[in-house]
Design a binder for this molecule. Structure first.
Ligand SMILES: *Cc1c(COP(=O)(O)O)cnc(C)c1O
Length: 457
């Protein structure tokens, strides 16, 4: 297979784009830091890999022992433009040197407005829009719900099976999975209802329209359309397993929402900013959400999030009803402006599609002869493989964990996900050199093959 290199020339400091293991994983310095973590950091904070970062750029993370790891996770879909993108580094350095904070609610500054204008421009739909900035994805989701309630005067909010919307109280209530996100942390916010989502591998192959009818039927019977303030959905469900609803599901929900005066919120915190090969995943089916939440990829790793939507919905909230001390911090805004510029002008949607093609082809080939690979799915550079037991068809979380661990030991950062924990997901930086991507996939594929040999013994 010949591989065309992307024409993009971004990426962090000129780190050699190579996998290089100079110690075991973890090395001695990381092992020492892990001990310090255990005695200083709350036990509730887990880590995927026991290695500590020293530098990162392009498609690699270099650890404190000098190992260079292939990054197939982007810090959970954050560093889409590549870590330490030079334009972001410059923009941040310049902003830090002039001022770091005034609070937009006290003495505002231009860059916040410029980010809002950019978001109003790049999000789906050409209607009049407004944006408001926050710090985290969860905070954006919370505020989208506040805005929808203020606009509609209604309270009920519908979320879906397998949804993930964050870890704050309201967003825990919206999130579907108990372990590790919710267990022991109740009581949860009220007036949250759950509807079934389209999950082609597991819903018996319902069409998008059929699955939408089931969800809408549930909503109408259990709540009543005229009581619903908002439905919130990830266009591709992220933590829940990179579930791509069948074609027609999202448009049917959006149409129902429109007919019933319900605010349709697309949570694009993970799918946004070129990740799926379009600037936003809703665009694949021409869905124009009323409100869209963004975060992760927005600012190259600086904490920033946003709610963007219809002017008349956004402006329903009284002055002073939205905000926060740090929301739209000027350093994060400078980073967001540089990264949105990179997403628009550096061919990153095309890069996402090239990456996705390579991953999908690779694992569909494997799936053709390996019944443990039950599904290979996703869009752009947001691709997952779901593992099931070859005999019983039951989700095989242990296999996903073993393959991920084996890849980690070989210096490849891969993440798992899924309600059943049986999914390996690929979220490489969009600037990863394709040779390096292929090397990373080779290692995951070998780990899978070797696992089959060891279990056949
Ligand atoms: C990660 C994520 C969130 C929460 O974002 P945080 O910045 O971790 O609070 C919300 N929604 C989706 C779809 C996410 O993937």
């Amino acid at each position: 297979m010949t591989i065309a290199e992307p024409t993009i020339t971004t990426g962090g400091p000129a780190l050699p784009q190579e996998r290089r293991l100079v110690t075991g994983i973890p090395g001695p310095r990381s092992t020492e830091l892990m001990q310090r973590k255990q005695s200083a950091v709350a036990a509730g904070v887990g880590t995927t890999m026991p290695v500590f970062a020293a530098a990162a750029g392009g498609g690699v993370v270099v650890d404190v022992d000098g190992n260079s790891l292939i990054d197939l996770g982007s810090g959970i879909a954050v560093t889409g433009v590549g870590n330490a993108h030079p334009h972001i580094v410059d923009a941040v350095a310049e902003q830090v040197a002039s001022f770091t904070h005034t609070c937009f609610m006290v003495t505002p500054y231009e860059s916040y407005i410029a980010v809002a204008e950019a978001l109003n421009r790049v999000t789906p739909g050409d209607h009049a829009k407004r944006s408001v900035l926050f710090n985290s994805g969860a905070e954006a989701v919370e505020n989208a719900v506040k805005i929808a309630r203020a606009h509609t005067g209604r309270q009920a909010v519908v979320a879906f099976d397998h949804a993930y919307h964050g870890r704050t109280n309201l967003t825990m209530a919206l999130t579907a999975k108990a372990m590790p996100y919710k267990r022991g942390f109740g009581p949860f916010a009220s007036e949250i209802y759950r509807a079934p989502v389209s999950y082609p591998l597991r819903d018996g192959g319902l069409s998008g329209e059929q699955a939408a009818r089931a969800a809408i039927g549930r909503i109408e019977k259990q709540i009543g359309g005229d009581q619903v303030a908002a439905i919130i959905i990830e266009p591709i469900l992220g933590e829940g397993g990179f579930i791509v609803p069948a074609d027609g599901f999202l448009p049917a929900l959006a149409a129902w929402a429109r007919e019933n005066g319900v605010v349709f919120i697309a949570d694009e915190v993970q799918t946004g900013f070129a990740r799926t090969g379009r600037m936003f995943a809703c665009e694949h089916e021409d869905v124009v959400p009323d409100l869209i939440t963004t975060a992760k990829g927005i600012a190259g790793g600086l904490p920033l999030s946003a709610v963007t939507g219809h002017a008349e919905i956004m402006d329903a909230v009284h002055t002073g009803g939205l905000g926060g001390t740090y929301g739209g911090n000027p350093v994060a805004c400078a980073a967001a402006l540089a990264s949105i510029d990179a997403f628009e002008n550096e061919g990153l949607c095309e890069a996402a599609d090239r990456i996705g093609d390579i991953i999908v082809r690779r694992f569909r080939d494997i799936a053709a002869s390996d019944p443990r690979v039950a599904d290979v799915r996703g869009r752009g550079a947001m691709i997952a493989i779901e593992f099931c037991d070859a005999e019983t068809g039951e989700p095989d979380a242990a296999l996903a964990t073993r393959v991920a661990k084996a890849a980690h030991a070989q210096g490849v950062i891969v993440l798992t996900c899924g309600t059943f924990g049986n999914v390996i997901r690929f979220l490489p930086p969009l600037t990863i050199p394709l040779e390096l991507l292929v090397e990373g996939l080779d290692i995951v594929a070998t780990a899978l093959r070797d696992d089959s040999q060891s279990s056949a013994r």
